[in-house]
Design a protein around this ligand. Structure first.
Ligand SMILES: [Cu+2]
Length: 315
């Protein structure tokens, strides 16, 4: 009887290499795609390529600490389950043991999880501090989530709040940029500089999320949250609102252009050169163009967003 049990167990064990092959194949899949920095890649799995140090640390924590831990624990528990099912079912083990405790085993299964959690904590707390302990910022931007677009302001550069809408599909196709990620007016930041973003909401909850920089925070009316990033490569980085905020939630992308310091200065000068056309005029949708920070502007959700709404209906 026991032999039959062991044979079945052997069969179950025989399937483990198949499982291992599947896992290895899944891990290798991302390598098969030429992934582009700053944007999602079709059919790819895993995290987007990293664009800054904060994201490197977060990715290390995910890829090197969490994922192997999760996989090891899952495989271990799966192995236990298979072993118990095969070895100790009614046929293989007709007379079950009657004992109820095993002190050494109980000590082990208490201490091992504590050790695992300690290792995770040793890596997770520094990461948490890294996110919240913001270095001295070279540039501060205020980002406001609106239904359903973002508006940005550069207080130190005296750039008044301007509106960033989704780029309509036809325009995106013409420009060869990804629809639903490209915008009419990106955030522009200099490469290699610490950029701090003050994130708030004008109407409902939104979230400011840029995967390549590893940042995400909720945009809350009446409250300011902070994130920071320090991009190391020139390019365009896309993000999205990822807090369900209403019908056009999927149509309020975030676009960050990382440029050289000279190009950034030129951009600031060009923005300053034309004082108010975009900011005030283009913001009828957000009567809260004035500081949304002080007053939670509940009364603002005037059916808004001419451009996003139009773009959304087209979609
Ligand atoms: Cu949203």
């Amino acid at each position: 009887m026991a032999t039959r049990g062991f044979r079945a167990q052997g069969r179950a064990l025989y399937q483990l290499p198949i499982l291992a092959t599947l896992i290895a194949a899944a891990a290798a899949v991302p390598a098969a795609f030429a992934e582009t920095l700053g944007r999602p890649t079709d059919k790819a799995i895993g995290l987007q390529p990293s664009g800054d140090e904060l994201r490197d640390t977060a990715a290390f924590f995910h890829n090197v600490i969490l994922l192997p831990t999760i996989v090891a624990i899952s495989l271990f528990v799966l192995g236990l389950l298979i072993w118990i099912i095969v070895r100790y079912n009614k046929k293989s083990n007709p007379i079950p043991a009657k004992f109820a405790h095993n002190t050494p085993l109980e000590v082990v299964w208490t201490i091992v999880p504590v050790l695992i959690l300690t290792v995770i904590a040793a890596f997770s707390f520094p990461l948490l501090y890294k996110y919240h302990d913001i270095p001295k910022a070279d540039l501060t931007i205020k980002a406001t989530g609106n239904q359903w677009f973002w508006s940005y302001e550069y207080p130190d550069q005296k750039i008044a709040e301007y509106t960033s809408n989704i780029l309509p599909e036809a325009d995106a196709d013409k420009a060869g940029v990804p629809y639903k990620l490209a915008t009419t007016a990106p955030i522009v930041v200099p490469v290699g500089k610490v950029t701090k973003v003050l994130v708030t909401g004008a109407d409902v909850l939104h979230a400011f999320f840029i995967p390549a920089f590893g940042v995400q925070t909720t945009a809350i009316p009446g409250k300011v949250n902070e994130v920071w990033f320090k991009p190391r490569t020139l390019g365009t980085y896309y993000g999205e609102c990822n807090e369900l905020c209403g019908v056009n939630h999927a149509f309020m992308p975030i676009e960050v252009k990382v440029v050289s310091q000279a190009d950034f200065n030129a951009w600031v000068a060009s923005k300053a050169a034309k004082p108010s056309p975009t900011p005030v005029a283009a913001a009828p949708a957000s009567p809260s163009a004035t500081p949304a920070l002080a007053a939670p502007t509940q009364a603002t959700p005037v059916p808004s967003a001419t451009a996003p709404a139009a773009a959304a209906t087209k979609a």
